[in-house]
Design a protein around this ligand. Structure first.
Ligand SMILES: *[C@@H]1O[C@H](CO)[C@@H](O)[C@H](O)[C@H]1NC(C)=O
Ligand SMILES: *[C@@H]1O[C@H](CO)[C@@H](O)[C@H](O)[C@H]1NC(C)=O
Ligand SMILES: *[C@@H]1O[C@H](CO)[C@@H](O)[C@H](O)[C@H]1NC(C)=O
Length: 229
């Protein structure tokens, strides 16, 4: 009885806290669908094939191209722990913000918790709160939900930036990474990153937060991809 009561209190706090938290997804006020990219830092040594399966990647050539790998590269190619792999996915924009289309579903395994799924499987591309919110606030995952599918709301956008068509890349901020370093890595100005991500100043950048990085050079690749479907 007491534990049920405590659970209700916790649930109340959880819902209160998450309603204060900003919405899931990046700003997305233009068109409703596009292709987007996410930088997945693989927590474990694995293969391209395992990652393609996790994210339900359908166009393998586009997946390889996004990672600057030649077409025909074997999916058995190994991926080192902490290596970043770019994941192409379909972005869906609703009510002003963009998240991955429902194609990015995850099948719950026995023993999974939302935090484990967010942290150890999806490497903080989403937080456990985001997963809870996108799936109607499932607070605890018990073994009896194993086998069920959860939406993984990876943030994305289809908006132009500074009047230019871009591909929005979801980047998880790594330890000690500064806005300047991220800007240099992707060829984007710090000012654009600040504005797009509603950051007051460069110091408000938080470790493990997901940053919206607009990529320009990826456009041709994406246009080619959209032409081919
Ligand atoms: C749309 O966004 C507004 C403002 O963020 C929010 O109040 C409203 O509940 C949202 N509607 C839906 C259907 O998500
Ligand atoms: C990585 O390894 C840890 C520890 O074995 C495991 O819990 C986690 O699910 C693995 N992540 C992926 C994506 O395989
Ligand atoms: C981050 O910076 C702190 C302080 O300069 C240092 O102790 C720590 O090792 C750094 N972490 C990484 C992962 O580089």
């Amino acid at each position: 009885m007491l534990s049920k009561f405590l659970f209700c209190i916790l649930l109340f706090f959880f819902l209160t806290i998450s309603s204060v938290k900003s919405k899931i997804g990046f700003d997305c006020k233009s068109i409703s669908k596009c292709q987007s990219l996410a930088g997945y830092v693989s927590p474990n040594a694995t293969t391209l094939s395992e990652i393609a399966t996790l994210f339900k990647v359908t166009d393998i050539n586009y997946f390889l191209g996004a990672n600057s790998l030649p077409i025909g590269t074997s999916l058995t190619k190994s991926v080192a722990a902490m290596e970043t792999i770019r994941i192409p996915f379909a972005c869906s924009c609703k009510n002003g913000s963009g998240i991955a289309d429902d194609t990015t579903m995850y099948k719950v395994q026995a023993g999974d918790s939302l935090d484990h799924i967010a942290r150890n499987i999806f490497s903080m591309l989403v937080t456990y709160q985001d997963i809870a919110e996108a799936n109607g606030y499932i607070i605890h995952l018990h073994t009896d939900v194993a086998g069920q599918f959860l939406s993984i709301p990876i943030p994305c956008s289809c908006d132009n930036v500074d009047g230019i068509q871009v591909v929005h890349y979801a980047h998880v901020v790594s330890p000690n990474q500064t806005l300047e370093m991220i800007g240099k890595e992707f060829g984007v100005s710090g000012k654009t990153l600040l504005t797009l991500n509603h950051l007051g100043d460069a110091r408000s950048l938080q470790y493990e937060s997901v940053l919206d990085v607009p990529l320009r050079g990826w456009l041709l690749l994406v246009v080619h991809f959209i032409d081919s479907i």
